[in-house]
Design a protein around this ligand. Structure first.
Ligand SMILES: N[C@@H](CCC(=O)N[C@@H](CS)C(=O)NCC(=O)O)C(=O)O
Length: 221
């Protein structure tokens, strides 16, 4: 049995983008797994991995951390269905992983930074405020004046994905696959942690986001 250590907030809310990417990959491959909730202030739970971030998976022979490494490990160690159907899909997925972590999530952070405290409590809340305010050298409310600009910027930034989704239904093609799972985490983060109307409800990407929920029956995860 695989154990996925993932970030959790108040009321056991699971909101971490890379943890969601891994979870969708596990569901897609129909791998038996359990999850362990890790609060921001509960690094002791993942100390066996000798680093501080989730997702981490523990398997019979050891552990793997970082969503990209985990996805690769899962595909190498569990057969069909394959996440990467060929090298091209692997390369495009890697691009999406880098684009998400380096470009998209930082824009989204500016939109939801001030709302994340609503889903945290106790030491986790203190940890979030202290570490993030240190990182951005200011208050987590400092981006509030640029929220509407950031939303417009984000919607435009993801235009190529919108075109793909419009054309095929999913990024991977006519059915969801790893490319969709990596992109999904962005939206799950925003909609779980904030009240922000990131996408218009008529936006094809919004429909795509809802479809992924239905297909994987993930409301409860
Ligand atoms: N590149 C890593 C990013 C991991 C990461 O930043 N995880 C965040 C949650 S989204 C975390 O563990 N944060 C804990 C902290 O800030 O202390 C991946 O894709 O797994």
């Amino acid at each position: 049995m695989i154990t996925l250590y993932e970030l959790a907030g108040k009321n056991d809310l699971r909101f971490s983008p890379p943890c969601w990417n891994v979870k969708l990959s596990l569901l897609y491959k129909d791998i038996n797994f359990q999850t362990v909730a890790v609060g921001f202030s509960e690094k002791n739970k993942i100390s066996f991995s000798n680093q501080q971030l989730v997702p981490v998976i523990k398997h019979q022979k050891g552990f793997v951390f970082d969503s990209w490494n985990i996805i690769n490990w899962l595909d190498e160690n569990f057969d069909n269905p394959k996440l990467f159907i060929n090298e091209t899909s692997k390369n495009f997925s890697y691009f999406l992983y880098l684009w998400t972590s380096r470009q998209l999530l930082p824009v989204l952070f500016k939109i939801i930074a001030h709302e994340i405290p609503n889903i945290l409590e106790g030491d986790d809340l203190d940890y979030y405020i202290i570490t993030r305010e240190e990182r951005i050298k200011g208050s987590i409310t400092k981006f509030k004046p640029v929220i509407s600009d950031s939303i417009l910027k984000f919607r435009k930034l993801i235009n190529p994905m919108r075109s793909l989704i419009k054309k095929n239904g999913y990024i991977s093609g006519t059915r969801p696959g790893i490319e969709d799972f990596i992109f999904f985490g962005n939206f799950k983060w925003v909609y779980t942690c904030s009240t922000c109307k990131l996408l218009e409800t008529e936006d094809e990407i919004y429909q795509w986001y809802k479809n992924i929920h239905k297909i994987f029956n993930i409301e409860t995860y």
